[in-house]
Design a protein around this ligand. Structure first.
Ligand code: ADP
Length: 488
């Protein structure tokens, strides 16, 4: 399917640096394609290290003025940007579904979710308070808050809008300027946001978007620069670890939102229909390509078979198709490689004794990126589907006998981002929520994210929190000032 924008000027193919739309110095381009059809949507400017360094300089120059603006003024810019994003929600959703593949309704929701971070941090900008500490009579002890400086943001393709706003919102609110490197698969959503930031009047150099397919070169330029004082990254754990190492030489402040391996634990006393609906919503959202997607469904033995029957019946109703079609409820994966990866994980499980309860065969008739909603039973903890982040529409259902075993299975991973439990037992809710090592826990609920809450993980799932009143802290330096000599 093709798409028609009400405002075609939102579709930008050049990078946005220092308030200017720019091509690569070399004039080279890379293609962005629609994963549903594999057809090219646009040819994007393919920038590298040199242009990235220029973007950092632009951000450094803009910082001088931006951090001196009043909090109220920065708040007003953010508020205007938020309003423009919501005014263009439908166009932004179309661009997103076209380049990312997710179904249109999810794209609309993501644009609103993304915008909510700009709105939230427009409000938080005015509430970055310092302190006066009790001291001696001859001195006053002050704690003041300052923007950390130029921020580099490297973002993934699975949430092409919200992963940017969740970083740019607090950065700008705190008085920082930012250089954003969006994923090469989904730069169009990032550039549309930049176009709206420009229309909101946000000054040149405050927001810069560097497009390019050589992530390593752009990332190296960002981490090598001493002018970049903070790196915020959302993506895979191996790349996050690499960027942490690269940031060590200049001792940058870092935030990392990395991989997950979320369990959904369904106890025998759960409301089964509620648990089935939750597992479906959590697993198949964005074709299973979110870091808080249910990765392992752990079901207590006595209800295991009943759960599988209901789960298969519900999931079978999903409509696999082009994200731009309103009838689709499950879109393609981001790339043929991603679909092949999922295919290999299912093959590994089946070779080791798993049973396919639904799906299990790549839907090549629809296109190379399509993988159907799949459910596996008879799975075990030595299979790849237990150990690795599946990042696709495959739900492995594991059995457990008692609460202790469920907790042990949930914690048997290096990840610790999100987890979900379904039970009606209040004491168990407290016990299990507190004993599982996860940054976020949903109890009888999978829709746990919003701008209000601190999003982030424990263990190898990351560092720092995004959104909420806590999210601003990662963009702030704390300074202590002692004013002495006040005695007579
Ligand atoms: P995903 O599996 O979501 O693609 P990645 O971690 O590969 O996860 O990608 C997340 C972001 O990190 C993307 O913007 C990608 O271009 C970028 N990226 C990938 N490798 C590197 C690297 N070596 N240095 C800097 N950025 C990178």
């Amino acid at each position: 399917m093709t798409f028609t924008l009400q405002d075609p000027s939102l579709l930008r193919a050049q990078a946005y640096i220092d308030g200017q739309w720019q091509d690569a110095d070399s004039g080279s381009h890379f293609a962005v394609y629609n994963p549903a059809s594999m057809s090219t949507i646009a040819q994007l400017a393919d920038l590298g290290a040199t242009e990235t360094t220029r973007a950092i300089t632009a951000a450094e120059t803009a910082l001088v003025d931006w951090r001196e603006r009043s909090a109220k003024e920065r708040s007003q810019y953010l508020r205007r940007w938020y309003e423009l994003i919501m005014e263009h929600q439908e166009d932004l959703a179309l661009i997103m579904s076209a380049e990312q593949g997710k179904v249109l309704e999810e794209s609309r929701q993501e644009v609103a979710y993304g915008a909510s971070f700009i709105e939230w941090f427009a409000e938080e900008a005015k509430r970055i308070y310092g302190d006066v500490l009790p001291g001696a009579a001859d001195r006053r002890l002050l704690v003041t808050k300052h923007p950390v400086g130029v921020v580099a943001a490297i973002t993934p393709w699975n949430f092409p809008n919200a992963m940017i706003t969740r970083k740019a919102g607090p950065a700008l609110a705190a008085g920082c300027t930012i250089v954003i490197k969006p994923a090469a698969e989904t730069p169009l959503s990032a550039l549309a946001l930049a176009e709206l930031a420009d229309r909101a009047g946000i000054p040149a150099g405050v927001i810069n978007v560097v497009t390019g397919q050589d992530a390593r070169a752009i990332g190296q330029a960002l981490t090598d620069s001493p002018a970049v004082r903070k790196l915020t990254f959302t993506g895979s754990t191996p790349v996050g670890k690499q960027l942490l190492r690269q940031s060590a030489d200049t001792v940058k402040k870092v935030s990392m939102e990395l991989g997950g391996n979320a369990p959904i634990i369904v106890f025998a006393d759960a409301d089964l229909d509620q648990a089935v609906a939750g597992a479906l919503a959590s697993k198949y959202r964005n074709a299973g390509q979110t870091c808080i997607c249910a990765n392992r469904i752990l079901v207590q033995s006595s209800i295991h078979d009943a759960f599988i029957d209901k789960f298969v019946a519900a999931v079978a109703k999903l409509e696999l198709g082009d994200g731009l079609s309103d009838s689709s409820t499950l879109g393609p994966m981001i790339s043929p490689r991603a679909a092949t990866n999922v295919e290999n994980m299912v093959a590994d499980a089946v070779a080791n004794g798993a049973a396919v309860a639904l799906g299990g065969e790549r839907a090549l008739a629809l296109g190379e990126c399509f993988y159907p909603a799949t459910i596996l039973s008879n799975v075990s903890s030595d299979m790849r589907v237990f150990r690795e982040e599946i990042f696709g529409p495959v739900a492995p259902v594991f059995r457990f006998e008692d609460e202790a075993q469920a907790i042990a299975m949930a914690n048997d991973t290096e990840f610790g981002l999100a987890a979900y439990i379904y039970t009606q037992d209040m004491a168990r809710i407290w016990r299990v929520s507190e004993r599982i090592e996860y940054g976020m826990v949903g109890v009888n609920e999978v829709g746990i994210t919003s701008e209000i809450i601190p999003f982030g993980g424990m263990k190898e799932s990351g560092l720092g929190r995004e959104g909420s009143k806590y999210g601003i802290e990662d963009y702030i330096e704390t300074k202590y000032i002692c004013i002495g000599g006040l005695g007579a």
